[in-house]
Write a new protein. Structure first.
Length: 497
């Protein structure tokens, strides 16, 4: 009898049974800390397991190619495990930040709501509630980001030599820079912008539908907004990867390089074309760069001499796939699709392993194939865009003389590839496009800003993060469906009492 009278909301809260013993005001804090801890620790544990499996295989196979060579000592798996588990407990790391942000916003909101009820004024109850939510989240976001920013990082400190007043003694001086939390702040900004723009567009749509003024152009704009944001963001990211790699995080740079699978000498040659160190029709001493590729791929050496070859044949860009740009594009797609399947298929099968069924297995295979086709097309469109500008279309528009070739290889060919690659998002599942667009947008914005900047300007970043987070959290509590994608679901789960 008692169980039948139990509220349905409690029955629906299946995944959250573990925190029922926690007082309701503290539940968001506990959930946020647990989620943050898992996001920090689980990927490192997964990497540790892979390293142990690789080490075991090498030892069973006789040590591989490095057998007998002197190797640096490695810490044991137990020591690595302990270090990983302790890392997540650091009070200046992401788990504590999540707890301070979410827990601080919910607890401060309770306090501010009580204060707002005592303040006379014409504000409605709903308006007072929103105001208390916004102010509570703004304060918690400001303080929690300060917590992250307080942790010293070697990449954001620099020791310089400074002369004393008399100019006789040079004293080392350590300078600290801001920018360590820039990616997180830009992520919050993009999410807040998406919330505000989405709400304004939804109101416009409702108004125009009621007046029967909604047009096909507006329908197409709605459908292409996320793919366009993804394509523009990817164009900025790929341009930076090619010409300004220091603007991207090192891990991101490394992943793109691995997926692109391009000879670094070719990248360097096109970079020198942009800086005009390498110019067609002139001997500027740059021939040995591409001629090294010519020897390796058994091409004529004159292909690598910019004074003779105007321009380098497109076969150099194909890196051993023959002279046909179309065959090279097809070859790139097949290789990239296979490389992507090795990444996506195990992840999809892992999700099916808990409750396997033929229907779920089929869905996992199709999902992995679709995502692999997207990534394969992304890489293919980039390379074929380069070929379109260098060989298929560019010379017929700009000309075939040395000056035109310098302009094409000085940035136009790479720019065409950067513009084309992001539109492969149209091959992805429409439900995933918004998450992917909102994932790459902050990284694209980061390429337009300095990775490090003076510490006295850090308050600006903190202000943007606090205001943006306040917008997102307030929207989640008022209208959870407005915060799109996975983040909306996660925040809704974490913030509910």
């Amino acid at each position: 009898m008692t169980s039948s009278l139990q509220p349905r909301s409690a029955a629906r809260r299946g995944p959250q049974k573990w925190d029922r013993s926690v007082p309701p005001p503290l539940r968001p804090l506990v959930r946020a800390y647990a989620l943050g801890y898992a996001s920090v620790v689980v990927p490192r544990l997964f990497t540790l397991v892979l390293q142990q499996v690789t080490t075991t295989r090498k030892s069973r196979g006789g040590g591989g190619p490095d057998n007998g060579a002197l190797q640096p000592p490695r810490e044991s798996a137990v020591v690595s495990l302990q270090r990983i588990l302790r890392t997540g407990l650091d009070p200046q790391r992401f788990p504590a930040f999540c707890a301070a942000l979410v827990g601080g916003s919910t607890l401060l909101e309770i306090l501010l709501r009580r204060l707002c009820t005592r303040i006379p004024g014409s504000l409605s109850v709903a308006a007072r509630k929103r105001l208390s939510q916004w102010l509570a989240t703004f304060t918690a976001a400001w303080l929690s980001l300060k917590l992250l920013q307080s942790k010293a990082s070697r990449g954001f400190t620099e020791t310089v030599s400074a002369e004393n007043g008399d100019g006789s003694i040079i004293t080392p001086k350590t300078i600290s820079y801001a920018g360590r939390t820039l990616d997180l702040s830009l992520f919050a900004f993009c999410r807040a912008f998406d919330v505000i723009a989405g709400e304004l567009w939804a109101q416009r749509r409702t108004r125009r539908l009621a007046n029967q003024q909604w047009t096909n152009f507006e329908t197409a704009f709605s459908r292409l907004a996320d793919p366009s944001m993804f394509a523009v963001s990817c164009a900025l990211i790929m341009w930076s990867w090619f010409y300004y790699p220091s603007r991207l995080p090192q891990a991101y740079n490394k992943w793109i390089s691995s997926a692109a699978s391009v000879d670094k000498r070719l990248i360097e040659a096109l970079q020198r074309c942009r800086t005009k160190e390498l110019r067609y029709g002139e001997d500027t001493g740059q021939a040995p760069l591409i001629q090294g590729m010519c020897r390796e791929y058994k091409w004529p050496l004159q292909w690598g001499d910019p004074a003779v070859a105007i321009p380098f044949p497109c076969e150099v860009v194909h890196m051993g796939c023959g002279p046909s740009c179309e065959y090279h594009a097809l070859s790139r797609f097949c290789r990239s699709f296979q490389w992507s399947m090795f990444t996506y298929l195990p992840l999809n099968l892992l999700l099916v392993a808990r409750k396997p069924s033929f229907r779920k297995l089929k869905h996992a295979l199709l999902s992995a194939a679709r995502s692999s086709a997207f990534l394969g097309a992304f890489i293919t469109f980039f390379y074929y865009g380069v070929c379109l500008a260098r060989t298929r279309i560019g010379p017929h528009i700009l000309g075939k003389d040395a000056e035109a070739r310098n302009r094409i290889d000085g940035g136009l060919c790479v720019g065409t590839g950067c513009f084309a690659c992001g539109w492969s998002i149209l091959l992805e599942n429409p439900g995933r496009r918004k998450d992917m667009a909102l994932f790459v947008a902050p990284r694209a914005l980061a390429t337009l800003l300095p990775r490090r900047y003076p510490l006295d300007k850090q308050w600006r970043e903190t202000l943007v993060f606090a205001a943006s987070t306040a917008v997102v959290f307030t929207c989640v509590l008022e209208n959870p469906t407005r915060v799109r994608g996975v983040l909306g679901g996660v925040l809704n789960t974490v913030l509910q009492p």
